[in-house]
Design a protein around this ligand. Structure first.
Ligand code: GUN
Ligand code: ZN
Length: 440
């Protein structure tokens, strides 16, 4: 058994930090270490203690003065949108019709799917993200390619092929039956294989017929332990069209409620324009609202009301995500910078500890995987990111005035990007320094 001792400053959250003075919310070691064996964290804490536990045979990797944290988690991404990120000038429905659906049609080709999956996970790693909840294209083979690529890297991913049988290009339509059959086959082949987890993925109410929604309902009933991911209340035109397609529904959320798709493993992308009734339903069912700030700003969708959702009498479970390629950056640091601004526009603040809680433990809790990732606790998987808060000339200069950990975190969130990520460990193995830099 090879054991590795990672030395550096360590930071891991124990719970939501109420304020920057809430030091009991996290464990921070100025001279810390993480002991890793067989892909798992054996111990973490003060270097002297952990090193004593490690014994003399452990390989020591010294990351001082950098900061070791749990790998970042991205709760909503679209793998087949890598080549349409940064497409100009459209709101959601136009953007889908003009750029997204034609692009996703190319994933009929399995080799293309494998290539993009490889480049996608490379990009995630480069940016310090070790777990994603991902949408593949409508094609079964695109999900196979993604799961195979994640399996080869031993990454914890949650993913699914999108179910969509209307209101898009013919080339990206399935049928209620084929979407059911393909999803069943993918669950059998990939759910629980390595660290892969399958998510039942009806794209959104607009692109599924009632017959297909019934199939999604059947899948969710047959596999109650699986995640369900979809989109909800992102854009006004989307909401109006949904109401037209489901005239009996009280509101958009009622559609998913009606088809039995709400629950503690349900991840709902965007949730920008929810009524109080809808927010109550999310809260009552434990469903998760996924905040995608760069996407919401880029597509002009609106401002997610993070603090209101947290503080309301019936609070929502919240996660954050890039939503690449509606989102404009692969980095969870860049994402939280934009989140901070979206929240500021509503007269509120998200402090740096809360931001870093969100992209580690917070997203792990929201995705129901906190027993495996999102902290540095013993027994969890060794997915770890190494951060350098002086990774660019402007950051180095700004660092000269930094006095506290909170200030340092805020600097990384505000000015940091992939350059801030010095190394990434996936299941205990170095993954960033291992990347072969290529775009082929
Ligand atoms: N709603 C349905 N599909 C999509 C998508 O691919 N991206 C975004 N941002 N919203 C969606
Ligand atoms: Zn999305």
């Amino acid at each position: 058994m090879t054991t590795t001792l990672l030395r550096g400053r360590t930071l891991s959250f124990l719970r939501w930090p109420e304020s920057v003075d809430d030091h009991a919310a996290y464990a921070y070691e100025e001279d810390g270490a993480i002991l890793v064996a067989n892909g798992k964290i054996v111990a973490s804490g003060p270097y002297a203690q952990v090193a004593a536990r490690a014994g003399s045979s452990a390989r020591v990797i010294d990351h001082r003065p950098h900061l070791l944290m749990p790998g970042f988690i991205d709760a909503h991404v679209h793998v087949p949108q890598m080549q349409i990120i940064a497409s100009y000038g459209a709101e959601l429905l136009d953007w889908l019709n003009t750029y997204t659906f034609p692009e996703e049609s190319t994933f009929e080709n399995a080799q293309h799917g494998r290539r993009i999956s490889r480049l996608f996970l490379d990009e995630m790693i480069r940016h310090g993200t070790t777990t994603v909840a991902a949408y593949c294209s409508v094609h079964k083979q695109s999900a196979e390619a993604f799961f195979a690529e994640a399996y080869d890297r031993d990454m914890l991913v949650i993913a699914g092929k999108v179910m969509m049988d209307r209101n898009a290009l013919e080339a990206v339509h399935d049928t209620p039956q084929s979407s059911y059959d393909d999803t069943k086959a993918l669950i059998a082949a990939w759910h629980g294989k390595g660290r892969g987890l399958y998510a039942i993925t009806p794209r959104f109410a607009i692109t599924s017929t009632p017959e297909q929604m019934e199939m999604a309902q059947a899948l969710a009933r047959e596999h109650p332990d699986l995640h369900v991911q979809t989109h909800l209340s992102e854009n006004h035109a989307e909401i109006a069209f949904t109401q037209q397609l489901y005239p009996w529904a009280k509101d958009y959320t009622h559609v998913y409620e009606h088809y039995g798709l709400m629950g503690s493993k349900t991840l709902l992308g965007h949730c920008i324009h929810l009524s109080e009734r809808e927010a109550d339903v999310l809260s009552d069912t434990g469903s998760v609202a996924v905040f995608c700030p760069t996407s919401n700003l880029f597509l002009g969708s609106g401002l997610f009301d993070y603090q209101r959702f947290r503080r309301r009498e019936k609070p929502l479970r919240i996660s954050t995500a890039t939503d690449v390629g509606g989102g404009t950056n692969y980095s969870m640091l860049r994402t939280m910078d934009e989140a901070y601004k979206v929240i500021a526009l509503q007269g509120e603040k998200l402090n740096p500890f809360q931001s870093f809680w969100q992209i580690t433990r917070g997203n792990a809790e929201a995705l129901s995987v906190v027993d495996r990732v999102g902290t540095l606790e013993a027994g969890t998987d060794a997915d770890i990111v190494v951060l350098d808060s002086a990774s660019t000339p402007s950051m180095r200069l700004r660092s000269e005035r930094i006095k506290t950990l909170a200030e340092e975190l805020f600097l990384m969130q505000t000015l940091g990007d992939d350059r801030t990520v010095k190394e990434v460990y996936v299941a205990g193995k170095p993954a960033k320094s291992d990347l072969v830099v290529s775009n082929s």
